[in-house]
Design a protein around this ligand. Structure first.
Ligand SMILES: Nc1nc2c(ncn2[C@@H]2O[C@H](COP(=O)(O)OP(=O)(O)OP(=O)(O)O)[C@@H](O)[C@H]2O)c(=O)[nH]1
Length: 312
């Protein structure tokens, strides 16, 4: 029996991984019979997604983030080479391993695929045992690189993403929002009177509080593309692709309520721990974080424990 399990911690969103999640494979071929043949090979070990044309495959990559794509070259519309180029040009998708599975068997076909960023090249008709072995190799490499990426981009105290990862994702999502004219939401959350909390209960209790708040904020995010990061100190930032101002305000209000209902005693102010949030949204990413920061300042000035926003 082939072993295709991933290491336990290969999350897209740290802390939201399903431990031991099955590897996710996307098979792209315009011939359903070819898809079925590969489905039979992998159905027992992997979650197998299927697409019969490039546009659908791209959509599935964005929505479901497969680990490996098995890609036919000749397809109507966007062919395999074009799809591979799209994946490798997108910072959010380029880690997906692409394996061409094709009846084109000339050395120049193989070279062209590898030059375009493919991880491997398999010719049809294929031997199922060989395909399984080569996919397993790519899944192992993908799991290792996911793990390294996670370690480099996670905040050590709270387990959510760090500022560096936020900056990288913000850049990528800004470009996408502008290209697709879809709104990008940003929410900045700051723990209220946190200095008093530390002063009253000590720094270690303060650290615990930050961990509880981070976990609570993260649990408010529903879409796989949403991202929570520690922005610094007692401040968190939330990136919400394809989310307009009303949607981002809704997420922020949920966060405010959920942290309040944790009912963590805050002896420094004689109540419980609350957060203030500033929200902004738009297709033009320039100034979004600054606008959210301005809104956060307004929420603080208006009495804390509330959500403010900039924009309409
Ligand atoms: N325990 C702990 N405290 C931290 C950490 N990072 C920052 N802080 C503390 O967070 C506090 C932030 O204080 P301020 O910026 O004055 O803000 P505040 O007291 O939360 O007041 P408002 O934001 O105005 O509600 C400082 O005392 C920092 O030392 C951390 O990792 N752990």
């Amino acid at each position: 029996m082939m072993q295709l399990s991933l290491p336990e911690h290969t999350p897209l969103q740290p802390g939201q991984s399903a431990p031991g999640r099955r590897p996710r494979l996307l098979v792209v071929d315009d011939q359903p019979a070819n898809i079925q043949a590969l489905h039979r090979v992998f159905a027992a070990d992997c979650q197998v997604l299927m697409a019969t044309h490039g546009a659908r495959a791209l959509q599935l990559c964005r929505e479901r983030q497969p680990d490996v794509v098995l890609l036919d070259v000749q397809m109507p519309g966007m062919d395999g080479h074009e799809l591979c180029a799209e994946l490798k040009a997108d910072p959010l998708l380029r880690a997906i391993a692409v394996i061409f599975v094709t009846s084109q068997d000339r050395p120049e076909d193989e070279t062209r695929a590898l030059d375009a960023g493919a991880a491997d090249f398999i010719t049809k008709p294929f031997n199922p045992t060989v395909v399984r072995a080569r996919v397993r190799t790519q899944l192992t490499l993908k799991a290792q690189s996911d793990l390294l990426r996670t370690l480099a981009f996670v905040d050590g105290l709270t387990g959510v993403y760090n500022r560096r990862h936020f900056d990288e994702r913000f850049l990528a999502e800004s470009g996408r929002a502008q290209r697709t004219r879809s709104p990008l939401g940003v929410a900045l959350a700051d723990v209220d009177h946190f200095k008093h909390y530390n002063d009253a209960l000590g720094h270690l209790a303060g650290d615990d509080c930050l961990r509880r708040v981070a976990g609570t904020l993260r649990a408010c995010l529903r879409r796989p593309t949403d991202l929570l990061a520690r922005y610094g100190g007692e401040e968190f930032v939330c990136l919400l692709p394809d989310t307009d101002l009303a949607g981002a305000i809704g997420v922020a209000q949920l966060m405010e309520e959920r942290v309040r209902s944790l009912a963590l005693p805050h002896p420094g102010v004689g109540g419980c721990v609350t957060i203030s949030l500033g929200v902004s949204a738009g297709c033009q990413a320039d100034g979004l974080v600054e606008a959210a920061d301005k809104a956060l300042y307004i929420a603080k000035a208006a009495g804390r424990g509330r959500v403010s926003w900039v924009g309409s």
